[in-house]
Write a protein that binds this ligand. Structure first.
Ligand code: NDP
Length: 491
């Protein structure tokens, strides 16, 4: 506007500031009608199949193999063969080349993988694009770097591979959990049979294409799809030397019982009910962002989600007010829309579980808040939810909901915060919000959790070990610690 232009008070201001749809194209993904199991570098025709769907609208995406005992057996034989046939004896620097190649291919094809991940799993595309894919590639880069340095990582202990690793992963971070498991296993010279979750097999099946592009020797990685029965068969197979499992505490316990006395190595990454502890000296607006990221990221389908919020009593009111205001700006909807913050719930079964636990929260006397939002008619959806007036004994404060549901409790002193935060059978993660470094260290020493985030939440890095205490499991993934479960040593 030049200085001579007359002032105008009637500038056209839009009434409606809602975002226009910004859908990511799904054209980059080429789905097959039917997938088999990936065994010995080839596709094995499945004896049985089931339909995998898109949780956003229940669209049938493809038919996928339901792995039988015979399929698992062939996959384990292929992995044993590849192990004996050179992979385990390959110099670390040669194994590293394959890992780096896989990492680069994941980067090159990241858009395709991100779209497929959001389509099959329901998570917002901005998360699969900006979190899952970069981290998956980073894991392969990171462990590629260790492959020829194992002697230095564990000096005087003569590290050797374990053999065939059976790996069972959940549906909340399908490709990322695959990367967490496959990358360290291969770096250490093991071969793998992996079973993806029943509801999210497609990115693992696309990953087989990457393995072929990377010219990984046949049989080094084998993928058998199917439900829990396929997983149980893999656990029990005598040709498997190590089981790595991520999933529910219930199934983890069953696996541990099954393997007792078998001599197989085992790592379990199980559930959580993390405490996110907010002190009255924190930067409140940043804390609100951290709380939102802690529980609504990936619809709360996160084992380390900050699902129990402990707020110092003096700031309870302003914090809840700010949180509710922030919740009203979250956009719930199509996972493939680039503006979506909260996507679809992964499956009907998971939606029913969330609904049941939320109903129990109301019945037990907690106060519920959900921002006004229109949920799509088809598919599986749940509005972001906050419970206040929560007592520690309520189921919503004790059980893993694995959905976009936050339970708010209060405390007065740091000692009380620690006692309440540790009052759970789980021990996977925690968060602390305060401006005082000394208090962060004081809390971190006392919180019984494998990971403690300070003034941030849900931050992951391949160099940082991740894992739990108590009913959250044992063993670490990530970092130097993540190599150990895949190695034998001279003790
Ligand atoms: P599960 O523990 O059943 O699933 C995890 C993986 O284990 C899947 O691949 C699953 O196959 C497989 N599996 C199931 N049963 C067996 C078995 N007997 N032996 C070997 N493998 C098996 O979790 P759900 O998907 O049923 O989720 C239930 C609850 O678990 C959630 O509501 C959540 O609270 C918690 N959970 C926690 C996770 C975490 O990261 N900590 C991840 C996922 C769930 P399939 O998918 O075919 O059932």
């Amino acid at each position: 506007m030049s200085e001579l232009d007359p002032r105008s008070d009637d500038l056209a201001v839009p009434d409606d500031w809602t975002y226009a749809p910004a859908p990511e194209s799904r054209e980059v993904v080429r789905l097959r009608e039917r997938y088999g199991h990936f065994v010995g570098g080839s596709w094995l025709e499945p004896a049985e199949t089931y339909e995998t769907i898109a949780p956003r609208d229940e669209e049938a995406l493809a038919l996928v193999g339901q792995g039988t005992a015979a399929d698992v057996d062939r996959a384990v034989q292929a992995a044993r063969g590849a192990y004996a046939d050179g992979w385990s004896a390959l110099p670390g620097s040669e194994r590293a080349k394959y890992l780096f190649r896989i990492a680069r291919l994941l980067q090159e094809r990241s858009r395709e993988f991100a779209v497929l991940e959001s389509l099959n799993g329901g998570k917002p595309i901005k998360e699969s694009r900006d979190v899952d894919l970069p981290l998956a590639a980073a894991h392969f880069f990171y462990y590629g770097g260790w492959a020829d340095k194992l002697e230095y990582a564990f000096p005087n202990r003569r590290p050797r591979p374990v053999g065939v690793a059976g790996q069972i992963i959940p549906w909340n971070f399908p490709l990322l959990m695959l990367a967490w498991k496959v990358a360290p296993a291969l770096a250490c010279g093991n071969t793998v049979v992996l079973k993806p979750a029943e509801t999210t097999p497609l990115t693992a099946l696309l990953f087989c294409d990457v393995l072929r592009q990377a010219e990984l020797p046949p049989g080094v990685v084998n993928i058998v799809t199917g439900d829990g029965r396929t997983g149980a068969t893999l656990v029990e197979h005598e040709g498997v030397d190590k089981i790595a499992f991520t999933g529910s505490t219930e199934v983890g316990k069953a696996i541990q019982r099954r393997l007792a006395g078998s001599g197989k190595k085992l790592t379990l990454e199980l559930g959580g009910k993390a405490a996110n502890v907010v002190f009255d000296d924190c930067a409140l607006d940043q804390a609100v962002e951290g709380i939102v990221n802690g529980i609504y990221f990936n619809q709360g389908h996160v084992c380390c989600a900050g699902s129990r919020l402990f707020v110092q009593e003096s700031i309870h009111e302003p914090l809840v007010e700010k949180l509710k205001r922030r919740l009203s700006t979250l956009r719930v909807g199509d996972p493939l829309d680039k503006n979506t913050d909260v996507g679809a719930i992964n499956s009907r079964a998971q939606l029913e579980k969330i609904e049941e636990l939320v109903a129990s929260g109301r019945e037990e006397g907690a106060e519920i808040y959900q921002p006004p939002c229109v949920l799509p008619e088809r598919g599986y959806w749940f509005a972001p939810t906050v419970f206040t007036n929560v007592a520690q004994s309520y189921r919503i404060a004790q059980e893993e909901i694995f959905g976009p549901v936050l339970s708010i409790l209060t405390f007065r002193t740091p000692d009380e915060a620690v006692e309440k935060a540790n009052n759970t059978p789980y021990g996977l993660s925690a968060g602390v919000w305060t401006e005082k470094g000394s208090r962060i260290l004081w809390m971190a020493q006392r919180l019984r959790a494998g990971v403690v985030w300070a003034n941030t939440y849900n931050r992951f890095d391949p160099a940082s070990p991740f894992g739990g205490y108590k009913e959250s499991g044992f063993g670490r993934e990530g970092g130097l610690h993540g190599l150990e479960p895949y190695l034998e040593f001279d003790e």
